[in-house]
Design a protein around this ligand. Structure first.
Ligand code: PMP
Length: 425
């Protein structure tokens, strides 16, 4: 195929053939990734002319579908007016105000270029503010590729981390404590042991990185209380969750406010962006007002900001989230029905327009359970879906994302493909 030819060239010039490891097909038994040529609404067309219904949504950002006219207009306008100034613009003010209106905990924000940068900076700010070094994270949650958060759990309920990537030093890993998600007892233990050294806990308030996993009732409230009792800050990594389930953050959806928040993905309308923010008091730690440094040549660039404003304008329209929820419900019902008919053992976690299908496990509330799901069965399912024109993420841990542009007809076609795939598993 043309994709395979492009993949050969990619392998020659680009390390591993991809610019982000999650795009390779390594986790689904190898083979050439599909090279996409064009995308519109809920659809992709590849270099061989095949059409796909897309549930990848570029790992989250494309919630209004590909090439949404309102966002395209905003990007064209930004291109014509010059894409980078190195000065402040009024668009940054407008966007900061929009974010703050949607997420009142963001009394002050700063724009950066990626989710990685946003999270990395919240950690620095929390350390500067508290004068402490350690952080706590939950096992299996992904927070970007900065050193501190590429640390995995050791064994046991609450452990000091070991590096998850070569090049992350043991000294750095020792600053990170890892605890199972949804396990408040282990979290308590971690704070009992290291509490007075902890600057912050990093939380995906609704997990998106080992599939969609909701916090157990009371979990987020307990995390807030215990963390504050220990004199540490709560950081929500809302890079995936903000504006995914409602207009606003998971913090608004769940009704629990963190001290700081990291944002990315959807808020850039598909262009590179990140943002972080929190209370006035904490944010005053950041330069030029305070001693914690953070900067960026591209930070707040008018193209990303204007695309982000346009994206939120689309999401603010009435009925948008209800429609994604309704289609999500149709998908869930159909997948469950076909799984039952064909005797395929699945766990399906869904929240609104996002869902994950795990194979061969009964319930997923934490990383260990997600990890135990059957990757080989997922790989076969993934390839059967791709052959039938349905594009999912090539990983058993990822979510399917609906967009504002998916239709009932798309969902029906998808369910036909699911049934055919299940019948062959
Ligand atoms: N945090 C979370 C929760 C994420 O899902 C991601 C990306 N998948 C990141 C941080 C990193 O964002 P980026 O890829 O924009 O650096």
């Amino acid at each position: 195929t043309e994709s395979e030819k492009h993949n050969e060239v990619a392998q020659e010039h680009i390390l591993g053939g991809v610019n982000s490891p999650s795009r390779s097909f390594k986790a689904v038994g190898g083979g050439s990734p599909v090279f996409m040529e064009r995308a519109k609404g809920a659809y992709f067309w590849d270099v061989d002319g095949n059409q796909y219904i897309d549930y990848l949504a570029a790992y989250g950002p494309i919630i209004t579908g590909h090439a949404h006219p309102h966002i395209t207009e905003a990007i064209k306008g930004a291109a014509e007016d010059g894409v980078l100034y190195g000065t402040p613009t009024r668009y940054e003010n407008q966007f900061a105000a929009m974010l703050k209106e949607a997420m009142p905990s963001l009394e002050k924000v700063r724009f950066v270029n990626s989710g990685t940068e946003a999270v990395m900076t919240t950690i620095r700010v929390a350390r500067a503010y508290t004068g402490r070094d350690k952080i706590i994270k939950f096992a299996g949650c992904y927070h970007g590729h900065s050193d501190l958060v590429l640390v995995a759990a050791g064994s046991g309920p609450a452990t000091l981390g070991s590096p998850d990537s070569a090049g992350v030093t043991k000294a750095i890993a020792k600053e990170v404590i890892t605890v199972p998600f949804n396990d408040i007892e282990s979290y308590k233990q971690a704070l009992d042991h290291w509490g007075d050294e902890v600057a912050a806990v990093l939380v995906e308030p609704i997990v998106g990185n080992f599939g969609i996993v909701e916090p157990a009732p009371g979990f987020l409230v307990a995390v807030n209380e215990l963390t504050h009792d220990a004199g540490a800050l709560v950081i929500y990594d809302e890079v995936i969750t903000a504006f995914r389930f409602k207009y606003g953050g998971a913090q608004n959806y769940c009704g629990v406010e963190p001290d700081m928040t990291a944002l990315g993905k959807i808020i850039g309308g598909g262009l590179p962006i990140g943002a972080y923010g929190g209370s006035q008091d904490i944010m005053e730690t950041v330069a030029p007002l305070g001693p914690a440094y953070q900067a960026g040549t591209m930070a707040g660039n008018p193209a990303s900001i204007r695309a982000g404003i346009a994206c939120l304008e689309v999401l603010k329209e009435p009925g948008v989230y209800e429609k994604m929820d309704e289609l999500g419900g149709m998908l869930e019902e159909g997948i469950r029905r076909h799984a039952k008919t064909h005797g395929v053992p699945i766990t399906l976690n869904r929240l609104k327009g996002a869902l994950t299908v795990y194979f061969g496990v009964d319930g997923v509330a934490n990383y260990d359970e997600a990890e135990n799901s059957d990757g080989e069965m997922f790989a076969r399912f993934f390839k059967l879906m791709l052959e039938q024109g349905v594009n999912l993420a090539p990983s058993k841990y990822e979510a399917w994302f609906l967009t504002t542009e998916h239709t009932k007809d798309d969902v029906e076609k998808t369910l036909e493909a699911v049934e055919a795939a299940f019948s062959k598993l």
